[in-house]
Design a protein around this ligand. Structure first.
Ligand code: ACO
Length: 177
């Protein structure tokens, strides 16, 4: 729970976070749609079964509401000696909670979100939040050979991710069909 304001918690997404406003938190990203609890659970259960590859964490406020979220997925490559690439996705902080360093806590380079996610590969569920992240990173780095962490973001979020330790690289292209 280091670096969080008093009373805030960080942990893996749980099946009852639907009731805690998880989807409301994601509305800062884009349109969410009218997702039922059954739809949420179907996606949640799929991701849980694949939590060695997809992992979502949430930040809870002192009144037990989800106010921040972020996801990592791990891509398995042939290149770089069958290396792994971590992708950081959908970092979101509720509008009325922005500016409290919750985003930074969610997205801060590998020592933040990715470390929590990858540490969950080898730790029991929920244990990640108690780990000393920097040490875990070193262990994970050796264990999983994560070479790169990539994310796409809008131009306006570039300064935020630079504060998280990322640097601008290459060009993103999209094809909408
Ligand atoms: N431009 C410049 N600086 C910024 C910005 C920005 N857009 N956002 C945050 N910062 C700075 C803060 O000023 C702070 O700087 P400081 O440490 O010098 O004081 C630092 O970055 C950390 O800010 P936080 O308080 O941790 O940011 P916050 O909790 O508000 O979260 C976030 C930032 C996640 C971008 C939030 O504004 C948000 O949810 N935005 C809408 C959704 C979004 O765009 N998410 C990113 C999508 S891209 C992706 O997920 C890969």
């Amino acid at each position: 729970q280091a670096d969080l304001p008093p009373g805030y918690k960080i942990r893996p997404l749980a099946s009852d976070d639907y009731e805690r406003g998880f989807l409301d938190t994601l509305t800062v990203l884009t349109e969410i749609g009218d997702i039922s609890k059954a739809q949420f659970l179907e996606r949640f259960n799929y991701l849980k079964q694949h939590n060695h590859e997809y992992f979502t964490i949430v930040i809870l406020s002192p009144d037990d509401r989800v106010v921040g979220a972020g996801t990592v997925f791990v891509e398995r490559k042939f290149i770089r000696n069958t290396g792994l690439v971590g992708h950081i996705e959908d970092i979101a902080v509720n509008k009325n909670q922005q500016g409290k360093k919750l985003g930074l806590r969610c997205g801060k380079s590998i020592n933040g979100l990715l470390t929590i996610v990858l540490s969950s590969y080898i730790q029991s569920p929920g244990a990640a939040a108690n780990l000393i992240l920097i040490n875990v990173f070193i262990v994970l780095h050796l264990t999983y050979l994560v070479l790169t962490v990539i994310l796409d973001c809008s131009e306006k979020n570039v300064p935020f991710y630079e504060k998280c330790g990322f640097t601008r690289k290459e060009v993103e292209m999209a094809w909408y069909c």
